[in-house]
Each structure stands twice: as structure tokens, then as C-alpha cells.
Design a protein around this ligand. Structure first.
Ligand code: BG6
Length: 479
């Protein structure tokens, strides 16, 4: 806990991300007494909004039955309007902060600047904050940033250089909200606190790994943003790649943020840049019943756009542990269901005694309905000698009935308040992630590669199925 006042400044406080994610997460932490006693939350954005109106908007996105807690929380929230590229605005913000904190002396204070901002104002805002709102000697400053961190290696480096001119790496918290998800946080525990996985977690026992992200809705009014980035940048380059690195990394020397991230970086360095022939691209069309629009029917999407809304790619990790094991990452919008899961498929049993066995599979379902289960063979009970594919099942719903799974943002904001970087993306991780994807993205965009069409609500492009089987995945007929 901090000695002096802690102020969380939410920049872009009138935007979608702030209302949908940041404020509800702050409320969740507050309601469970995880915010420091002295905390104040200051919203900052361009529009002039009267405080009661601002509080009404914040509360409209918070689902709770605890009205008393909500009222108290809203009292902590204030709002200042100002520009993102203008010294007087930031001077005004600083004066406001000093007022809220009750002293001009930086000693013992903490300021968390949460940038829920569009990329276009990213550099001026972070520069303005540094010049006018940064706590001097004795104070702590933290800058929380959200993707997109650029569009490719060069633009990301440009952004990184601009940030590094004003902020030290240890002051920067790059959010990938997948790192705050319960099941992602549990991955290292599963791997490193269980002797049984440690021994078989390598190319001798694992045949292939699949990491799948499916969403059953389309761009839903975000077409303008989405079209500039596409599914590879929106999901695969960050969320799925992070999951891959945690699955594939070696045991870190300690659990310190630097030790953990050093191991993740080693995995990323062992992956060669992706190529188009190891990638499947798709774009959704209207649903079969025509009730759901196709991607190109979204009025915010440019005519004839070739931006992929589905992608599958195979990653090869060239090291002693993983050489030859395909890691297949798949993600798509407007599919038949919303689900995110990891499937680790083990090798066939050598010299198998039984007919009709299927491979063991460890499935970790991130959402919905968090679960870890191991698919294995068992004898059909009774006098039958038949085999039966069944599961050792750790479904959270059954095993942890009353547990409340926190939102990823709650977990990450708490880490940031504690100064723990373990679940944030380090600069070199980000750079390596872009190195893996940039040649592919440039090729897709430079040559306007036509994605394969798939229907809204389907399982994605037909070629994807053949693709994963070609890379070794064996589908069990009961699946
Ligand atoms: C965001 C993407 O990063 O993640 C969205 O920009 C996507 O397009 C979202 O919908 C998915 O997050 P979650 O937590 O719902 O799986």
C-alpha cells in the first residue's frame, strides 16, 4: 500500500473503453476494498461534461446491486475537460490533481495515468502528461497504455521512441487484457506447480497445440476501427500470441516480472516471421437467413475491403523443446459461437494395444465457462470391453461454485497499483511480436490478398479445417 494519496487519472474518460471497461473495473476493485484508502479517480477528456452527468454515465455501465457502494464510488470520481495537445489544459489538470490530493508536495504520492485514448492523440497526451502532470522527487508515476501499439514494426518503434523520450520502461504498463484473464493467469500455475505436466510438456509428447478465439458477433459498429487493423492485429498478434508464449516458455528462474518476461521473449525470438502459405484468411458474408449483415455491408467499412475478419496461422518454435510441433492460432468474428480455448493434443500411444483410441488432449477453456479438462481413454464400465473417450474435468462452475471470476481489467489495474509488471507487455516483447507479423501483414495489404468468404454464424472458411488437419490435428469423431 502507498503512503500518500493515489490518484487514477483516466484519459479519454468520455470514450467507450473508459465507460465499458475502466470505470466498471475500478468499481469492482473499490467494492471489494482493493483500492487504496486514499484513492481518487479523475476523468479527463475533451468534451465539457457537467459532473452529475458524467457520474450518471459512469454508473449507467456498472451492474451492481450494492447501491451504497456505487454511491460512495461515484463520490470518488471527478471530471476535468481539456485537450490532449495543449499546455494550458495539462497545467489545469495538474492544478486539479493537486487540489484533489490536498497538497502540492509530490512526496508519497502516486499518479496512475490511464490512457484510454485513440492512437492519434497518444504521443501528444503522453508528452503533455510528462511535462505538466508528472510527479517530481518522491512521487510515483505510472502510465497505462492500451493497444493499438502501432500497426507494424516501424510504426510501433516510432511510438515506442516517442514514449521512451518521456517515460521510463518501468513506468509504462502496456495492457494486453488477456494477461489479466483468470485462466491465462492460471496457465503458469498449471504448468509449473504440477509435476505431471512438466515432464511431458515438449515435442516428445505433444503433437500440436491449438489456440482458438471465436466471437459470434461481427464488427457491431466498430467497422471503422476494425478495418484499419483486421483480425490479425486485433486478436492474434497480441492476445493469442501472449497465450502461446506462456504455454511455450521455459520455467522462469523466479516469478519476478523480469524473469517471467525474459522467458517469454526467448520464445518469441525462436519464432520465424509468418508467411502467407502458412496462413488462412477469411471474411464473413451475411448470415444464411440474411438477418445478420456481411462485413462489407457495415456502412463504416470501405467498399470492397479485403480486411480479414478470420485468420488461422501456424507458428513454429525453433528450440529444443518445440521443434516440429505446430502451434495453430485461429481467430474469427461472426462465427457459430463465442469461445476461447487452448487444445494441447498429445501423441498417439506407441504400440497401442487397443483399437479405436483417440489422442489425449488437454483443453483449457478461457471463456465462457472456465474449465480445464483432460480427454482420455477409459474402459466402458460393465462387462463390455469397449473403450470410452472421457474427461478428467475441472469445470470452474462445479469446482469453484461461489468464486467470482474478476474481469481482466480489475486484475490488471490492481497489478499496476501494486507496481507489478508481470502481466504487462515489455517493450522487447512488443517489438518481437511485430517482427513475427509485419512481413505477413505487409504482403496481405500490399497485394490485397482476397480472403476466403464464410457465412456469418458458420465455423469459418472451409479451408481452415483442412489446414489444421494438415498440421497434425486429429479430430475425434465424438468431438
Ligand atoms: C479486444 C478486441 O482487444 O478484444 C475486440 O479489440 C474483441 O475486437 C475483444 O472483441 C475480445 O475480448 P474478450 O475479453 O471479450 O475476449
Amino acid at each position: 500500500s502507498e503512503s500518500g494519496p493515489t490518484t487514477i487519472v483516466v484519459l479519454g474518460a468520455s470514450g467507450d473503453l473508459a465507460f465499458k471497461k475502466t470505470y466498471p473495473a475500478l468499481f469492482g476493485l473499490f467494492a471489494n476494498s482493493f483500492l487504496p484508502q486514499t484513492v481518487k479517480i479523475v476523468g479527463y477528456a475533451r468534451s465539457a461534461i457537467a459532473l452529475p452527468d458524467f457520474r450518471a454515465r459512469v454508473s449507467s455501465k456498472i451492474k451492481t446491486t450494492d447501491q451504497a457502494a456505487l454511491d460512495k464510488f461515484l463520490q470518488l470520481c471527478t471530471y476535468v475537460s481539456g485537450k490532449y495537445d495543449d499546455a494550458p489544459s495539462f497545467q489545469n489538470l495538474n492544478a486539479f490533481l493537486e487540489d484533489v490530493e490536498g497538497t502540492k508536495d509530490p512526496k508519497g504520492k502516486t499518479r496512475v495515468f490511464y490512457m484510454a485514448l485513440p492512437p492519434s492523440v497518444f504521443i501528444p497526451a503522453s508528452t503533455g502528461l510528462k511535462h505538466w502532470c508528472y510527479l517530481g522527487e518522491g512521487g510515483k508515476n505510472r502510465l497505462v497504455v492500451e493497444k493499438p501499439f502501432g500497426k507494424d514494426l516501424a510504426s510501433s518503434q516510432e511510438l515506442g521512441t516517442a514514449l521512451a523520450a518521456n517515460w521510463k520502461e518501468e513506468e509504462i504498463y502496456r495492457i494486453d487484457h488477456y494477461l489479466g484473464k483468470e485462466m491465462v493467469k492460471s496457465l503458469m500455475v498449471l504448468r509449473f506447480a504440477n509435476v505431471l505436466f512438466g515432464a511431458i510438456w515438449n515435442r516428445n509428447h505433444i503433437n500440436n497445440v491449438q489456440i482458438t478465439f471465436k466471437e459470434k458477433f461481427g464488427t457491431d459498429g466498430r467497422g471503422g476501427y476494425f478495418d484499419e487493423f483486421g483480425i490479425i492485429r486485433d486478436i492474434m498478434q497480441n492476445h493469442l500470441l501472449q497465450v502461446l508464449t506462456i504455454l511455450a516458455m521455459d520455467r522462469p528462474v523466479t516469478l519476478s516480472a523480469e524473469d517471467v518476461r525474459n522467458e517469454k521473449v526467448k520464445v518469441l525470438r525462436a519464432i520465424k516471421p509468418l508467411t502467407l502459405d502458412e496462413t488462412i484468411l477469411g471474411q464473413y458474408t451475411a448470415s444464411a437467413d440474411k438477418k445478420e449483415p456481411g462485413y462489407l455491408d457495415d456502412p463504416t467499412v470501405p467498399h470492397g475491403s479485403t480486411t480479414p475478419t478470420y485468420a488461422a496461422a501456424v507458428f513454429k518454435i525453433h528450440n529444443e523443446r518445440w521443434e516440429g510441433v505446430p502451434f495453430i492460432l485461429k481467430c474469427g468474428k461472426a462465427l457459430e459461437e463465442s469461445k476461447v480455448e487452448i487444445r494441447v493434443q498429445f501423441n498417439d500411444v506407441a504400440g497401442n494395444l487397443y483399437p479405436s483410441t483417440v489422442r489425449n488432449e488437454l483443453v483449457i477453456r478461457l471463456q465462457p465457462k472456465e474449465a480445464v479438462y483432460m480427454k482420455l481413454m477409459n474402459k466402458e464400465p460393465g462387462l463390455s470391453t469397449d473403450l470410452h473417450v472421457t474427461e478428467l474435468d475441472l469445470s470452474y462452475e462445479k469446482r469453484y461454485k461461489d468464486a467470482k471470476i474478476p474481469d481482466a481489467y480489475e486484475s490488471l489495474i490492481l497489478d499496476c497499483l501494486k507496481g507489478d509488471h508481470s502481466n504487462f507487455v515489455r517493450d522487447d516483447e512488443l517489438e518481437l511480436a511485430w517482427k513475427i507479423f509485419t512481413p505477413l501483414l505487409h504482403k496481405i495489404e500490399g497485394e490485397k490478398i482476397q480472403p476466403e468468404l464464410y457465412q456469418y454464424g458458420s465455423r469459418g472458411p472451409a479451408a481452415a479445417q483442412e489446414f489444421i488437419e494438415r498440421h497434425g490435428f486429429q479430430r475425434d469423431s465424438s468431438y
